[in-house]
Design a binder for this molecule. Structure first.
Ligand code: GLP
Length: 241
């Protein structure tokens, strides 16, 4: 894996936007895997600015998001569908048929996950997958576990992840217990991976991802095995390397 450290999160975000932009300039029909959370927000702002200046055209891009909370519909303020709409898609005038996010309301989540993987495969696979990093080393919602997961599936969220993500939910509202996520195999099949981690609360996970053994208890450590993974860090997240 190719690790780059920047003095601050803004620069790491610009670097990520540059890599994504390069992909889209190179192939305007790119299939992009996208992520949610706080980390991608400045990256999406950069991409929107580039699109508005006419540098990038997303009209022929196809996107597949990593994950969605089970039980949250597209209009729920904390659903990832809504997050993506508000923070990226609406600014790029993307059409619904370009956008794919697991359906959190699917009656049969396993069937939904199988269909999701089949759709990614039918689209030719992911050209580039953007990832954030959970403070426990998760990617997507692949939590630490005794084995690496394979394809997309419905996962029970760890208490740490539910605590970390509490900040996005209104007072008194329950953080969902489950989510639909791309599995590790689905992520690893992406031809290029760009993972961004910023802030001191990611330092431990970054250290274990980069310097530790490949271990399913640190799901992101599998990226050591990927042929084209770029890890973009700010100085705080890289502090223990
Ligand atoms: C969630 C998402 C992950 C994301 C992680 C870190 O759990 N499912 O894809 O990487 O949060 O989020 P943040 O960037 O807000 O720290």
């Amino acid at each position: 894996m190719n690790v780059r450290v920047y003095p601050n999160g803004d620069l790491a975000s610009i670097a990520a936007a540059v890599l994504i932009a390069g992909q889209v300039v190179d192939n305007p029909r790119s299939v992009l895997g996208l992520a949610t959370g706080s980390t991608p927000l400045p990256i999406y702002r950069e991409l929107i600015a580039m699109a508005h200046r006419g540098v990038l055209d997303f009209q022929n891009v196809t996107t597949y998001n990593l994950d969605e909370y089970a039980g949250l519909g597209p209009d729920h303020p904390c659903s990832y569908r809504r997050f993506m709409q508000e923070n990226l898609f609406s600014h790029l005038q993307m059409r619904p048929e370009q956008i794919h996010i697991p359906n959190g309301l699917a009656e049969d989540p396993d069937a939904e996950c199988r269909a999701y993987d089949a759709a990614i495969a039918a689209a030719g696979g992911l050209d580039l997958q953007l990832l954030g990093l959970g403070s426990n080393g998760h990617i997507g919602f692949n939590e630490p576990a005794p084995h690496f997961t394979t394809n997309s599936y419905c996962v029970r969220l760890s208490e740490q992840t539910r605590r970390d993500n509490r900040r996005f939910f209104a007072e008194g509202e329950q953080v969902p217990t489950h989510a639909l996520t791309m599995g590790i195999a689905s992520i690893m099949q992406a031809r290029r991976i760009v993972l961004v981690a910023t802030g001191p609360n990611k330092a431990q996970a970054v250290k274990r991802m980069v310097d530790g053994p490949v271990d399913p208890m640190v799901p992101a450590s599998i990226l050591q095995m990927h042929r084209h993974a770029t890890i973009l860090l700010d100085a705080d997240a890289a502090a223990l390397l």
